[in-house]
Design a protein around this ligand. Sequence first.
Ligand code: ADP
Ligand SMILES: N[C@@H](CCOP(=O)(O)O)C(=O)O
Length: 314
Amino acid sequence: MRLGSDHVRVRVPATSANLGPGFDALGLALGIYDDLEVRAIARPEVVVEVEGEGAGEVPTDETHLVVRALQAAVEVAGAPLTGLHVRCVNRIPHGRGLGSSAAAVVAGITAARALVEDPDVLSDEVTLELATEFEGHPDNAAPAVLGGATVAWRAARGPRAIPLAVHADVVPTVVVPTHRLATSRARGVLPAQVPHADAALNAGRAALLTAALSVRPDLLLEATEDRLHQQYRAEVMSASYELVRGLRDAGHAATISGAGPTVLILATASDGARIAHDLRELVDERTWRVLTPGIDHGGVHATRVTRRGSAVSQ
Ligand SMILES: Nc1ncnc2c1ncn2[C@@H]1O[C@H](COP(=O)(O)OP(=O)(O)O)[C@@H](O)[C@H]1O
Ligand SMILES: N[C@@H](CCOP(=O)(O)O)C(=O)O
């Protein structure tokens, strides 16, 4: 296969995974975005420019996560690629449980999809499959690809995901700490086994959560109860865990976002603004940021840039 374009732009959302009981399965796309501009160049070199989150920290050569995912996808498509120039404007904080690594991987694959002649070779399913290989779990990649809320699972034929309707009244708030925690570390403290009663509770709550999110937001507090991962992770994110407990005791549907340490609160619109206001009063603004990003409904989006400067959506 040949390249169909040599210049594309990609916008990819942040994601909050788990949503409490839906460990490695449920996720929600948030209105915080990384923007990328990718050019396939004739010189055999890789140049990466990064502005915003991760600038001066992530590599700027072929080991950059976006480049690795893009190259893997181009290889799947069987298209030739000599060199790359990638410019990233990053707004998704790294290592906070807001799916920055999944966003980088999904953006790279989606850039490849827009660059190659036949984008169908890199369908949503192939994108999810490839992204899950990079990530190790599909729950961030699924909403990053599809937007909105998703249920993702691993089938014998590979990872799969379906969208989940979200009630128009559901409003996410995220409380983002300044400190980071690698997802690998937060996965490393999880036990190999959990009590059967806890597993049973989580199965019930995850099922309830799909209903609460879509038709019964009044049940979000009960539906976001979890005993599978958050209490085990408390030792590596004590302040976040305490904040979740305090918010839940006050009646709010708070959870650790992804592998943490960000805290996610799912509220109804009437409560959302008040919760964000109260949190801004409560937390130390030197160490926490309170954001109400809204839900992203479109998922990752790419445009081909033509020589005349006009763009064609992918
Ligand atoms: N936009 C990006 N560009 C390059 N690398 C990235 C990007 N986003 C994340 N990463 C890599 O992934 C790491 C964070 O991944 P992870 O620990 O899974 O946390 P998160 O919850 O933010 O996904 C970063 O430290 C960086 O190495
Ligand atoms: N299910 C995963 C989700 C990790 O999300 P991230 O945003 O922290 O990368 C987990 O809980 O480990």
